[in-house]
Design a protein around this ligand. Structure first.
Ligand SMILES: Nc1ncnc2c1ncn2[C@@H]1O[C@H](COP(=O)(O)OP(=O)(O)O)[C@@H](O)[C@H]1O
Ligand SMILES: [Mg+2]
Length: 386
């Protein structure tokens, strides 16, 4: 009798693993979305996705600022490069002349030659990388799509084709189609902040991510979407994922991530010759997090707080030449709260190793021991001087 060897279908290949690593780093707290994207990509790599259909079609539901659009950007970033997405903001294509911007106008129509259709084969192909020939197409806020746009979308989901204004066919069989909508977000909000009875109880986002509350959030979102979208559309979707509200611990991780992006921007600005490093004290971090937390806007509010309270003053310091290349900047809170306080240290910190570590995915200073030690030293010396 021949021997049988047990196989393990839970193992993934190295390409899918690398995508998973990127997604887990960039998309915080939305594990289901990460898993579904990786699974679909794995099927594609194995050649087992359905022929004559897009590689996969996803509907992302859930409240604003929870990472729906970010998940698509991160997928493209992990596979073909940053920003390589064909993005359709559905709210912008409500009228028939606007649809022409998507598919081009028929020959003979005014403006026929000038229009560069957003959904053309060239546009899809331009998002490929040398090694990955997949395009990522995002239809954002689909609940705002006009009927004409719906019909286009149904054709793409069903047969992976679209006919352009000048009668050419665009093939979407090498595309992943993502659709986002925050339908049901109001219902989710009322689960989090029930107004019944005399004592309104605020349900923390931590609680919202587990057990019964999480189930209710999923049900509420899916129900709202099912009410709005036709069964015809619903049946063509491969995966529906409900993004969960972000808890404080996740906002903290996103905060670190965003700070590391700010540091990367600084290191890349001006071709690197204006580079400097910075660190943020725990008190300043807490202050920014507090200012940036608003349950109904998810991480969006946090990003805005970072831009307003940290990036804007930083740009002023740069343009008034108060910070120079090679400096190390410490950000802290003043004694009586108020705006962030910026101080410059002279220590020459290895900015090269910082740049390298960020490139390799470090998202917080503690992951860069050499830099962290130097920053700690700086911080101590400065605080002794204050
Ligand atoms: N889960 C998340 N992980 C990482 N960053 C996030 C997450 N959610 C939101 N963000 C940050 O907030 C910004 C807005 O989120 P976005 O994905 O556009 O929200 P939406 O769910 O409304 O599409 C993103 O660009 C990203 O910087
Ligand atoms: Mg979005």
């Amino acid at each position: 009798m021949s021997t049988r060897i047990e196989l393990d279908p839970s193992r993934t290949g190295s390409q899918a693993q690398s995508l998973e690593g990127t997604l887990r780093r960039l998309v915080v707290g939305q594990d289901e979305a990460v898993e579904q994207i990786v699974n679909v990509y794995q099927m594609y790599l194995a050649g087992l996705h359905a022929p004559n259909r897009p590689i996969g079609s996803f509907l992302f539901l859930g409240p604003t600022g929870t990472g729906k659009t970010r998940a698509v950007e991160a997928t493209a970033e992990g596979l073909v490069g940053q920003g390589k997405i064909v993005k359709v903001d559905c709210a912008e294509f409500q009228h028939s002349h606007e649809i022409a911007k998507l598919v081009g106008s028929p020959p003979g129509y005014l403006g026929h030659r000038e229009t560069h259709a957003l959904l053309s084969q060239e546009a899809l192909n331009s998002c490929h990388s040398a090694s990955v020939k997949v395009s990522f197409v995002l239809f954002d806020e689909i609940e705002k799509a006009s009927d004409a746009l719906w019909n286009l979308l149904l054709g793409i989901l069903d047969k992976a084709v679209l006919t352009t204004g000048d009668n050419r066919r665009v093939n979407f069989s090498q595309s992943m189609i993502f659709m986002t909508s925050n339908l049901g977000a109001a219902g989710v909000q009322s689960i989090l902040q029930p107004k019944l009875g005399f004592q309104p109880r605020l349900i923390g986002c931590d609680e919202a991510r587990t057990g019964g509350v999480s189930d209710r959030i999923v049900k509420t979102s899916v129900k709202a979407a099912r009410r709005k979208f036709t069964p015809e559309f619903w049946n063509r979707l491969d995966k529906v994922v409900v993004f969960r509200p972000l808890a404080q611990a996740q906002l903290r991780r996103i905060f670190d991530l965003e700070l590391s992006f700010v540091q990367q921007r600084i290191l890349q600005a001006g071709g690197g010759d204006r580079s400097f490093g910075f660190s943020v004290s725990d008190a300043a971090k807490n202050m920014l997090l507090e200012q940036g937390t608003a349950a109904e806007y998810g991480a969006r509010h946090l990003k805005r707080a970072i831009e307003r309270l940290l990036v804007q003053p930083l740009s002023k310091l740069i343009s008034s030449q108060q910070v120079r290349a090679g400096d190390w900047l410490i950000m802290d809170v003043g004694d009586s709260g108020g705006p962030l306080r910026f101080q410059r240290g002279q220590e020459n910190i290895a900015l090269n190793s910082l740049a390298q570590a960020l490139q390799e995915g470090a998202t917080s200073w503690t992951q860069i021991p050499k830099v962290a030690a130097a920053a700690r030293g700086q911080m101590q010396r400065l605080s002794r001087r204050i």
